[in-house]
Design a protein around this ligand. Structure first.
Ligand code: G4P
Length: 190
């Protein structure tokens, strides 16, 4: 997606060989016009999949997910990383390990919002090791629903997540794919 590549080149800051900072449009300040285009692009790619729900994880997944769900005309659910005061019973829980933060989080979704009939599109802002996406997929599969696809805004293709998800049989569509962040520079796949 050219618009997104241009934005990464203009505003992305390479913090290390592993980490790209994009807090001016995706992870802190958010660019609504760009997010609208992101939603339209995921809809072009997954529009034929008879999606019934979009699922993401708080917090940075919410903006691309809500714009996608708006385009698709279906509800969006975000998995919570912190225990909610009002969400205690009838919850689906999965453990997600973050290699970046070296900690495990329990992510939760209310059983009320997913059923075995659902075809779920998983959306996330970054794909690194794939732990968040696998955790969300396990939540979907706990209720016997199906994962129709996984849409990623920025894939770091030099990390194993995309390969592992493909190998597990999921359709992964990433809007930009980063081949390397070495020597302080972003290079894209292709
Ligand atoms: P994984 O799910 O693919 O295995 O990724 P990992 O555990 O490594 O990621 C943990 C957090 O770090 C996630 O956000 C993820 O989006 C983010 N992240 C991973 N690589 C990068 C990167 O290169 N740049 C940026 N900016 N973020 C990255 P999170 O902690 O859940 O944050 P948020 O969604 O609450 O903002």
């Amino acid at each position: 997606m050219k618009l997104l590549k241009d934005k990464v080149m203009a505003e992305g800051i390479v913090l290390s060989d592993q980490v790209l900072k994009v807090d001016s449009f995706l992870n802190h300040q958010m660019d609504p016009v760009l997010m609208k285009e992101v939603g339209a692009e995921f809809t072009r790619r997954f529009g034929d999949e008879r999606i019934t729900k979009v699922l993401t994880i708080e917090s940075s997944g919410i903006a691309p997910a809500i714009m996608t769900s708006l385009e698709l005309g279906v509800p969006m659910i975000f998995a919570r990383k912190h225990k909610s005061l009002t969400l205690r019973d009838n919850i689906l829980v999965e453990k997600v390990y973050s290699f970046t933060k070296k900690e495990s989080n329990e992510i939760t979704v209310s059983k009320k919002f997913l059923s075995s009939e659902d075809r779920v599109l998983i959306i996330d802002d970054f794909l690194a090791n794939g732990e968040a996406a696998f955790g969300l997929a396990r939540i979907v599969e706990q209720v016997g629903a199906s994962v129709a696809g996984i849409g990623i805004v920025i894939e770091k293709s030099f990390q194993p997540g995309a390969g592992l998800l493909n190998k597990a049989g999921y359709r992964v569509e990433s809007l930009v794919r980063i081949a390397s962040l070495e020597n302080g520079a972003v290079s894209f796949v292709d």
